[in-house]
Design a protein around this ligand. Structure first.
Ligand SMILES: [Fe+2]
Length: 265
């Protein structure tokens, strides 16, 4: 049990408060610089206190598995004989990032959707690629009036488009995880890894009324401050990136948000 030494020549007692202040100041700066991505979490602790712990546990597991996958992605790129990325490897980039996003995704029952073509493969979520590095996914959970139900339509669920342009339904169980490659990984690997085009089909059967879908997605991304050196041949969003340019991932993300939502910077 020692007394804190607060003699004028010893500033150790100031170190912890100083570091804490520095942390909060840097967080506030990030929230100003990258407002679309740096926001506090909102937990429904009054109504569902167990959610925060379960959410973080699952996110941590998906992160650990995603890092192992990133390791093998890097080995694949290296084996192509083109050396590594311009910057650090995918695994290193993800490992040091503070920018990963876990989100609970919710797909409304069809009667609340503006979509009218429920036979379309993209009736619940249109075709797109994620813009980050890797996206981890749990399988879809279908519920009706807040009770879990089996999927009422075997055609409903997640679809991807393969490199040879085949549309494939993704099937995996509740004790399995799936990962999709994002645009940033395709860009930085110069196309040796391809972003995964994907969409979600809603159930269209008669008993699909009031059936919704939920899933957990972990968007694994470079850090906001990570400088990304974009190669000259960029398959995505060329108008946002200067030729052979360098942007932080935060800058790149904000430009994408502006593009998608047509706001002004
Ligand atoms: Fe997506």
């Amino acid at each position: 049990m020692g007394r804190r030494n607060s003699s004028p020549g010893n500033l150790t007692h100031l170190k912890v408060p100083f570091m804490r202040t520095l942390f909060w100041m840097s967080l506030l700066l990030m929230m100003c610089l990258y407002p679309s991505y740096c926001r506090p979490n909102i937990w429904p602790n009054d109504n569902l206190p167990e959610l925060e712990i379960a959410f973080k546990d699952l996110g941590k597991l998906m992160m650990e598995v995603g890092l192992m996958l990133a390791h093998h992605c890097d080995r694949y790129v290296m084996r192509q004989g083109v050396g590594s990325y311009d910057g650090d490897s995918l695994e290193q980039t993800i490992a040091r990032s503070r920018c990963h996003k876990g989100r609970l995704l919710y797909y409304f029952p069809r009667q609340f959707s503006k979509q009218t073509d429920f036979d379309s493969v993209s009736s619940w979520c249109g075709w797109h690629t994620d813009h980050g590095s890797l996206t981890g996914l749990t399988c879809g959970l279908f519920t009706k009036n807040s009770m879990e139900v089996p999927c009422p339509d075997s055609a409903a669920g997640l679809y991807i488009r393969t490199r040879d342009n085949q549309v494939v339904k993704v099937v995996f169980d509740e004790d399995q995880l799936a990962y999709q490659i994002g645009e940033t990984t395709e860009i930085l690997s110069r196309g040796y890894l391809c972003a995964t085009p994907h969409c979600v089909q809603a159930p269209s059967s008669e008993n699909a009324s009031n059936v919704d879908r939920s899933t957990f997605a972990l968007f694994m991304q470079p850090d906001w401050n990570e400088k990304l050196k974009f190669p000259s041949e960029i398959p995505y969003h060329q108008e946002l990136i200067p030729p052979n340019g360098t942007l932080t991932f935060g800058e790149y993300s904000e430009r994408l948000v502006d593009k998608y939502y047509q706001t002004t910077t």
